[in-house]
Design a protein around this ligand. Structure first.
Ligand code: UTP
Length: 627
């Protein structure tokens, strides 16, 4: 009885609240107040205030579909709490951005672009090596953040992207490579710091409902690939509500009128999640100085990380964007300094389709043009960021981690009154510098494309349609890029590695280099590689070389076939002499063959293991492999 009385009091109170707002806007909600909690009633009120009365239009009288009605408001509560500023703020921003989009307002109005300052590095030269050394020292003060919540629609792979083999010679998956790279870098860092106590370098993985469970499972079934489970934190991003029209009315699911459609909000969510989790503060208290953000399928990135971190430290960059040389008009965003007539300044990624018109409109008649280097002066953003922790926390304390959003509705026609399908607000982590004050030191580090950037984003059919000269960014090109980079690094270290041949897989013409792969324990920097090869070494194009051990030294080796060397840390192995065998070939496969696993089909080739020399050293001591 008592609780009935309380309920009725709540209902009366809520009725008063709703009446104040508008009785006519939602008589259906009004009728159902008795089944809702006070919090749910508040949310209903907020929705009405924000012009969302349509969500209740179809609500029957109490007693019918009550659980569904409550489920809708439970979903609203979760959408409300997971967005910085709540759902009302989301709807308000959406209305503004949709109005701007409809009016065709240019986000760069009033801004003049210019070339920002940054560092351009060449793998293996003195400057590169010096920066690497500085960077490695800093790894002990860094936390790594992998954004891995993306749907991967363009790739269309059924599993999670970080579980994909980065290359199929060893089958190492992206996540394993990332974790092993962090562990090896951290060990090297600790060695350099001599005596300072080693800390476990943290790794955060941002997941989403689409990737969370499978990411956890991948880690757990592989003993976290050698990391301590406590070292790894998963932060799950939530999706955001979809918008049905220019009034930012929330879109209901076509199969369930008690469910709001949701879609991913983008990788920019990582800021709010890091902030609200308290991790940033924890890291600062532990003395960390850097946060490194990276993405799910770039198998080359860790080759550029040490030098780029060295640049951050040397130049005291608050924000350092990793970049690659970019041909003018190439389909990759350019890092640009923007100066507004009102004095605002920012260094930011400008999408390639916006950069050229912006330059033309601001006194550069040739638009985005190559300069004397043969490349555009605006380097290509690869979306791997290094932030200095202190200024990052200061900024997020002001913004709560919210970052500038955008909306990209696909309109039915030029009247821009209706959408083809619902849209939503999105945010990207590279837009973080947009809110920074002009005093923030924002720069970039350019390294060669072959060294730092080979994402796996596109499915085979779409990759085959990429206009000539543009990168495929497919599983095929991603794997070939690993062999290419390792071969070129060895060349720079003095090894004679044969030039690649050209082959076509899944309709994509790629360079096929020797399949050279090493574990991060063998080398995480160019200097490591250099210190481990000496004498006259040669590797033929058809060869495969797998190096798996810390103290393996390549000296006067002539390889024409497949050679695999495994060793424990306490074994020191010199590898030399002439190794000749039938080796491992690359065999073209039919991507539509149902007998092959998807991981293989998306590459268009597989490794055919005919003959190899495999040597394992699992006892301590000094050894010499010479056939
Ligand atoms: P992509 O641009 O590759 O997007 O994301 P995607 O969602 O993975 O793939 P498509 O667009 O559906 O084909 C770049 C990085 O950002 C992460 C991805 O996992 C990838 O590492 N990401 C993307 C998130 O973590 N969350 C998101 O909401 C979107």
């Amino acid at each position: 009885m008592a609780s009935a009385a309380v309920n009725s009091a709540i209902e009366k109170l809520a009725n008063v609240q709703l009446n104040e707002l508008s009785t006519s806007s939602s008589p259906n909600l009004q009728k159902n107040l008795s089944i809702l909690s006070p919090e749910q009633i508040d949310l209903g009120k907020m929705l009405l205030e924000m012009g969302q009365g349509h969500l209740f239009e179809h609500w029957p009288d109490p007693g019918v579909e009550d659980d569904e009605k409550k489920a809708l408001l439970t979903q609203v509560a979760s959408l409300n709490s997971s967005y910085p500023g709540g759902l009302a703020s989301y709807i308000k921003t959406a209305k503004e951005l949709l109005a701007d989009s409809k009016a065709g307002r240019n986000p760069f109005d009033g801004f003049t672009p210019s070339v920002p300052s940054g560092e351009v590095l060449t793998c293996g030269d003195d400057k590169f090596i010096e920066y690497e050394e500085v960077g490695v020292k800093q790894v002990q003060n860094a936390a790594f953040v992998l954004v891995a919540g993306g749907l991967g629609e363009r790739l269309g792979y059924r599993g999670i992207k970080i579980a994909l083999p980065m290359e199929t010679t060893t089958g190492t998956c992206f996540l394993q490579h990332y974790i092993e790279s962090i562990l090896s870098l951290s060990e090297a860092s600790c060695k350099q710091a001599q005596g300072e106590s080693q800390r476990d370098v943290p790794l955060v993985i941002m997941t989403s409902d689409d990737t969370h469970e499978r990411t956890l499972q991948l880690l757990e079934s592989n003993a976290y690939f050698g990391m301590k489970p406590t070292q790894v934190k998963l932060l799950k991003q939530e999706k955001v509500a979809c918008l049905a029209d220019n009034d930012a009315r929330l879109a209901l699911d076509s199969n369930n009128k008690y469910k709001i459609q949701t879609k991913p909000h983008g990788h920019g969510d990582v800021n709010a999640l890091l902030y609200s989790s308290g991790l940033l503060k924890e890291w600062k208290d532990a003395g960390l100085r850097w946060v490194l953000f990276f993405q799910d399928t770039n198998g080359l990135l860790f080759k550029a990380i040490p030098a780029a971190l060295g640049v951050s430290e040397t130049k005291q960059y608050h924000v350092n964007s990793l970049a690659v040389p970019r041909k003018a008009k190439e389909a990759i965003g350019g890092i640009t300094k923007l100066t507004h007539t009102d004095g605002r300044e920012m260094v930011i990624n400008v999408e390639y389709n916006q950069l050229d018109p912006l330059l033309r409109a601001t006194g550069h008649p040739d638009g985005d043009d190559n300069c004397e280097t043969g490349y555009s002066p605006y380097p290509g953003n690869i979306n791997q960021l290094i932030l200095e922790l202190g200024p990052y926390i200061d900024e997020l304390t002001k913004t709560g981690g919210a970052i500038k959003e955008f909306v990209n509705p696909k309109y039915k026609d030029s009247t821009k009154t209706e959408f083809k399908s619902s849209t939503r607000l999105e945010c990207m982590m590279q837009d973080y510098p947009k809110t920074l004050p002009p005093s923030a030191r924002v720069g970039f580090t350019v390294t060669e494309n072959w060294l730092a950037y080979a994402p796996v984003k596109n499915n085979a059919d779409d990759a085959a349609k990429v206009p000539k000269g543009n990168p495929f960014h497919s599983a095929t090109s991603g794997e070939m890029a690993i062999y290419g980079a390792n071969s070129m690094i060895l060349q720079k270290a003095g090894v004679k590695v044969d030039d690649p041949i050209t082959q076509v897989f899944n309709g994509q013409e790629v360079e096929v280099w020797s399949r050279i792969v090493w574990k991060p324990t063998w080398a995480v920097t160019f200097s490591d590689v250099k210190s481990k090869v000496s004498g006259n070494n040669s590797v033929s194009q058809k060869s495969t070389l797998i190096i798996n051990g810390r103290n393996i030294f390549i000296e006067d080796l002539s390889l024409n076939g497949a050679l695999i060397v495994d060793s424990i840390d306490d074994a020191e192995v010199k590898v030399g002499g002439s190794v000749q065998n039938n080796g491992w070939a690359i065999e073209t496969i039919d991507k539509d063959s149902t007998e092959l696993p998807e991981e293989v089909r998306i590459r268009g080739f597989r490794i055919k293991k005919t003959e190899q020399l495999k040597q394992s050293y699992d006892e301590p001591g000094k050894f010499f492999l010479k056939s």
